[in-house]
Design a protein around this ligand. Structure first.
Ligand code: GDP
Ligand code: MG
Length: 193
């Protein structure tokens, strides 16, 4: 039974970043609502979802922000030509990262390019977010084993070098999704408590 008057001890802002179509919105839907939408539309505008959980007898509200189709704006200007250096770009980007204590940096295990861009996402994250932010590298779509384009060892090595957590997930099959988010939230809790 849910107690809607429960006291919230902590609110943790976590941002989802990574190339378009890697599965960020589906990971969020899976974690917060246990849903997967077969034909999801790209969401417009920045939005977040929340999920409340208990960590170490404390009530933690995770506020998880989704880039909502703004990935091109959210990338370092070195990556795409366009309005990367404009005031609007900078305002959207800093609002997105402001106050974030965790990040899920997602790539698609079947799209090499999405993994090759991870370093640039990390660079942008480190340029905008708090230096103690907890980061999980997430290789999504692990259900598509026969289409794998990123060896798990490459990702593990990168994560180790950059001191990131790492997991492969499937939003479709609900593999490791809960675990990836809970690991990040628990680590945030450990750091701040
Ligand atoms: P976003 O642009 O990063 O938010 O990506 P979406 O969440 O919109 O997902 C992009 C596409 O990948 C959609 O067609 C999803 O159905 C599909 N997708 C997302 N997660 C998975 C997954 O774990 N497995 C498979 N097979 N497809 C996925
Ligand atoms: Mg999306």
């Amino acid at each position: 039974q849910r107690d809607f008057n429960q006291k919230i001890d902590y609110v943790f802002k976590v941002v989802l970043i990574g190339d378009s179509a890697v599965g960020k919105s589906q990971l969020l839907a899976r974690f917060t609502r246990n849903e997967f939408n077969i034909d999801s539309k790209a969401t417009i505008g920045v939005e977040f979802q929340t999920k409340t959980l208990v960590i170490d007898h404390k009530t933690v509200k995770a506020q998880i922000w989704d880039t909502a189709g703004q990935e091109r704006l959210g990338l370092s200007s070195s990556m795409y030509a366009g309005d990367g250096g404009s005031p609007r770009y900078r305002a959207v980007t800093s609002a997105y990262y402001r106050g974030a204590v965790g990040a899920m940096l997602v790539y698609d295990t079947t799209k090499r390019q999405s993994f090759d861009h991870v370093a640039r996402w990390l660079e942008e994250l480190r340029g905008h977010a708090d230096k103690n932010i907890v980061v999980m590298l997430v290789g999504n779509k692990s259900d598509l084993g026969s289409l794998r384009a990123v060896p798990i060892e490459d990702a593990k090595e990168f994560a180790q070098r950059e001191t990131l957590f790492f997991m492969e997930t499937s939003a479709l099959e609900a593999t490791n999704v809960e675990s990836a988010f809970v690991t990040v939230l628990t680590e945030i809790y450990r750091i701040i408590s």
